[in-house]
Design a binder for this molecule. Structure first.
Ligand code: ADP
Ligand code: MG
Length: 675
C-alpha cells in the first residue's frame, strides 16, 4: 500500500537510479512528490488559428496532419521528422528532431494539438519540436522544473501514478480550521494543483496549500520559541527603574518605556529573556540598553553590551557612564586596541565581579574574558553579528538574558517570522523635538550648487558625508568611486578643508582612525562607502550626500540618512541620481517623502517583493515552496491566528487529530537545521 511517507524509490516507475535523481530535487517520498509543484501550466484548451498566431511567439494550434511523416537523416546522430499540418486558416511545416518514438505514433489525417513557437513566414509557417497532444480531451497540463535525467513529463507521469495509487491522504489541517477558513481538503488540493480541471480549482488549491505552508511555519516557530525558554540563571527581583528615568536629562518616549517594561517583565519571569528590539535610527535604543544594565546591576548581576566597532563601543561606554555611571553602576570599556595591562586589569575586575557592566566589541568574546555573574547580554546592531557569536557570549553566563538591538526595520509581518525564535519589541517613536531631515532628490546637473552648499556648511563649522557606491574605479562603470571622488574633492573645491576617505577595503585599524578623527571634528568632509551605515553618532554632521542613489536599497538609504540630524543643527540629505527609470524615481521619492523606517521598509517590500528584500540577508528561514510572504500576507495573518488558537487548545500537539501536523513540524525543523 502506498502512503505519503513511502520512500520515492518504491513508487511504480521509479528505480534506484531515478530515485537518486529525484532525491536531489528534494523529492524523497510520495508526499514530497505531491508537493513538488508545477512552475507553470500549459493550457491546451485555448487554441489559436494558425493564420492569427504572431510569429516568434508560442501558441497552441489545433491542426490536422496532411502529409506522411518524412524521415531524413541530416548527419550522424541527427534525424529529422517532417510533415505538414493545417487548420482552416493556414498550413505549417512541423519538424521533430530525433523523436522517432513520437513520430511513429502520429497518424496522417488525424487532428492534434501543437504547442510551440511559430516561425517561418506567410508563405510557409513552421514549428520546431512542438509539444504534441491528442485533440480529443484538451486540458491544463502541468510543467515542472526539469533537471538532468528528470523531465517534466516524467514527473507528470509519476504524480499521476502517485495520485491514483495513494490510498490515504492524511490532512495536516484539522477539519475545523479548514471549515473556518473555507479551505479545501488535502487530496483535492494536491490533485487540483497538478491537474486543475478549471482555473477556479487551481485557485482554491493554491490558497489551501499556501495556508498550510504558512500555518506549519508559524506553528513550528511558536514551538521553537517555547522550547528555547530555559530557566534563567538570574532573575530580577526588583524591577524598579524609576530612579533611572528620573535622572535622565530628557523624558523617555512612550515606546522606550514600553520596551523597557517588556524586557524587565521577561527578566522577572524566571525564564531567560530572548528578545529583539527593532528601533528606527534615532529612536533611542541606547537609553533602553542603559535602563536594562541599570536593572541588572540593581539586582546584583553583570551585563555585557557589545557593539560591532570600537568607536561605537566607546560611544556607548560614554553614554552609559553619563546615564548610569553616576548612579553608582560601575561601567568598563574593553576593546582590542587597549594595552595588555589595561585589558588584564579589566578582565580581573570582571572575574572578581567588581565591574557591573562591560562594554566592548567582540573582544568581549575572547575565551580569557570571564564574568563572575553574567546575567544579561545586549548586542547592538545585530545584523553585523552572527548567530554563532551571539551564542558564544551567551555561553559565558548561566543562561543569561539576551537582548538584540537592530536598527534595520523589517516590516512587521515579516519580522515576526524572520526572528521566529525571538520575541520582538518595536521602538516606533522618535523622541519629540527631533527635526526632520530635509531630503532632496536631484540629478547631477545640481552638483555645483550642492558643492557650494557643502562649502557653506563647512565654513559654519559643520561636517558632512559623501557616500559613493564603489570603493575604487571600475572599468566601464558610470558609478562614482569613493577613491576617485576623494582625490577630486581634496585637491579641488574642498582643498582648504580636511577631507577623509573611508571604505570597506581599508584595514579595520585605519577605518577606526578615520572614523575617530571624523567624530572628533578633525575631518570635515568624509567620503565613504556604505561602511558609515552603522550607528555612529556625530551630532555636528549635517549633510549626507549620496551619489548614484539608485544603487542603494531604500532601507539602506534611510540608514545612511540617519547619520545626520543627530544634533541641534538643521540637517539635509541629498540623493543624486541620473536614472530616468520611472520605478527608480518612484523609489527615491519614497525616501524623500517618508521618514519612518517601518513605512519605508513596507514600501520597499512592496516594490521589490520578499525574495529580493530578504535577498542576501542571513535570515535562516526555509525556502517557501508555494507561499509568498508578502503577496500572501493576508493568508499569513489568518494562518497566524489559527496557529495561536491551536497553541492555546493543544499546546503539546497531543491530540490524535494533530498527529500529521506534528510530523510536518518535525520535517520543518529538519529543514531549518540544514539551513
Ligand atoms: P539609536 O536608536 O539610533 O541607537 P541613540 O540611542 O543613539 O539612537 O539615540 C539618539 C539620540 O537621541 C541620542 O543623542 C540620545 O541621547 C537621544 N535620546 C534618546 N532618547 C531620547 C528621548 N526620550 N528624548 C530625547 N532624546 C533622546
Ligand atoms: Mg544605536
Amino acid at each position: 500500500m502506498l502512503e505519503l511517507t513511502t520512500d520515492i524509490q518504491y513508487l511504480k516507475g521509479v528505480g534506484e537510479k531515478r530515485a537518486n535523481l529525484l532525491r536531489k530535487k528534494g523529492i524523497d517520498s510520495v508526499g514530497a512528490l505531491l508537493l513538488y509543484f508545477p512552475r507553470a501550466y500549459l493550457d491546451w484548451r485555448h487554441s489559436t488559428l494558425l493564420a492569427e498566431c504572431p510569429f516568434a511567439e508560442t501558441a497552441v494550434v489545433k491542426a490536422k496532419i496532411v502529409t506522411p511523416v518524412r524521415e531524413r537523416a541530416v548527419r550522424k546522430g541527427m534525424t529529422l521528422y517532417q510533415f505538414l499540418a493545417e487548420d482552416e486558416s493556414a498550413q505549417m511545416m512541423v519538424t521533430l528532431y530525433n523523436q522517432k518514438f513520437l513520430a511513429e505514433k502520429l497518424h496522417v489525417g488525424a487532428e492534434y494539438l501543437f504547442y510551440g513557437k511559430v516561425s517561418g513566414d506567410f508563405s510557409l509557417r513552421q514549428m520546431s519540436s512542438p509539444e504534441i497532444a491528442e485533440s480529443t480531451a484538451p486540458s491544463i497540463q502541468p510543467i515542472y522544473p526539469a533537471s538532468p535525467g528528470v523531465s517534466s513529463k516524467m514527473i507528470e507521469k509519476l504524480v499521476r501514478s502517485a495520485l491514483s495509487l495513494c490510498e490515504t491522504f492524511p490532512d495536516i489541517l484539522p477539519e475545523e480550521i479548514r471549515r473556518r477558513n473555507g479551505l479545501c481538503d488535502y487530496r483535492y488540493a494536491v490533485r487540483s494543483i497538478h491537474f486543475p480541471a478549471l482555473s477556479e480549482a487551481l485557485e482554491s488549491a493554491k490558497r489551501r496549500l499556501v495556508f498550510e505552508e504558512l500555518f506549519v511555519l508559524q506553528t513550528g516557530l511558536s514551538f521553537l520559541k517555547k522550547r528555547q525558554r530555559s530557566t534563567a540563571g538570574f532573575t530580577v527581583q526588583n524591577g524598579d527603574w524609576k530612579a533611572f528615568s528620573q535622572s535622565l536629562p530628557f523624558s523617555l518616549t512612550g515606546a522606550q518605556q514600553r520596551v523597557i517594561h517588556e524586557c524587565v517583565q521577561d527578566m522577572k519571569s524566571g525564564r531567560s529573556m530572548n528578545r529583539l528590539v527593532q528601533g528606527d535610527v534615532g529612536s533611542g535604543k541606547t537609553a533602553v540598553a542603559s535602563a536594562l544594565c541599570y536593572v541588572a546591576a540593581q539586582n546584583g548581576f553583570q551585563a555585557a553590551f557589545m557593539a560591532p566597532t570600537e568607536i561605537l563601543a566607546e560611544q556607548h561606554f560614554e553614554t552609559l557612564q553619563g546615564m548610569i555611571g553616576k548612579m553608582g553602576v560601575t561601567c568598563a570599556l574593553l576593546t582590542g586596541s587597549m594595552t595588555k595591562k589595561q585589558k588584564a586589569q579589566i578582565k580581573q575586575d570582571l572575574q572578581e565581579g567588581k565591574i557591573d557592566v562591560a562594554i566592548g566589541t567582540h573582544a568581549l568574546l575572547t575565551d580569557d574574558v570571564e564574568f563572575a555573574r553574567l546575567g544579561l547580554v545586549i548586542t547592538d546592531e545585530q545584523h553585523r553579528f552572527g548567530v554563532v557569536q551571539r551564542g558564544k557570549l551567551g555561553a559565558k553566563g548561566q543562561n543569561p538574558h539576551t537582548l538584540v538591538m537592530s536598527a534595520t526595520p523589517i516590516p512587521r509581518t515579516l519580522g515576526l517570522i524572520i526572528y521566529g525564535d525571538l520575541d520582538v519589541s518595536i521602538l516606533d517613536e522618535i523622541p519629540r523635538g527631533r527635526q526632520k531631515i530635509a531630503t532632496y532628490c536631484v540629478d547631477s546637473s545640481y552638483r555645483e550648487r550642492i558643492y557650494r552648499f557643502l562649502l557653506k556648511q563647512l565654513q559654519e563649522g559643520r561636517q558632512a558625508y559623501v557616500v559613493c557606491p564603489l570603493v575604487e574605479e571600475e572599468e566601464n562603470s558610470d558609478l562614482q568611486s569613493a577613491e576617485e571622488y576623494y582625490e577630486n574633492l581634496k585637491d579641488g573645491p574642498f582643498s582648504s578643508y580636511s577631507v577623509g576617505l573611508l571604505h570597506g577595503k581599508m584595514r579595520p585599524k585605519d577605518k577606526e582612525t578615520v572614523m575617530r578623527r571624523f567624530a572628533a571634528g578633525e575631518i570635515g568632509l568624509l567620503v565613504s562607502t556604505t561602511v558609515v551605515e552603522v550607528g555612529v553618532d556625530v551630532p555636528n554632521a549635517t549633510v549626507m550626500l549620496i551619489e548614484n542613489a539608485e544603487r542603494f536599497g531604500l532601507s539602506q538609504l534611510h540608514q545612511l540618512r540617519g547619520r545626520v540630524g543627530r544634533g541641534v543643527y538643521a540637517s539635509t540629505c541629498i540623493l543624486i541620481s541620473d536614472s530616468r527609470s520611472k520605478d527608480t524615481l518612484a523609489r527615491l521619492r519614497i525616501i524623500q517623502n517618508h521618514h519612518d523606517g517601518f513605512v519605508i521598509a513596507d514600501e520597499d517590500l512592496k516594490l521589490r517583493g520578499p525574495g529580493d528584500f530578504l535577498g542576501n540577508r542571513q535570515h535562516g528561514l526555509p525556502e517557501m515552496k508555494i507561499a509568498d510572504l508578502f503577496a500572501d500576507r493576508e493568508i499569513l495573518h489568518a494562518a497566524g491566528l489559527e496557529s495561536e488558537r491551536l497553541f492555546g487548545e493543544d499546546p503539546l500537539l497531543e491530540k490524535p487529530e494533530h498527529d500529521t501536523l506534528k510530523k510536518a513540524i518535525e520535517t520543518l525543523y529538519k529543514r531549518l537545521n540544514e539551513n
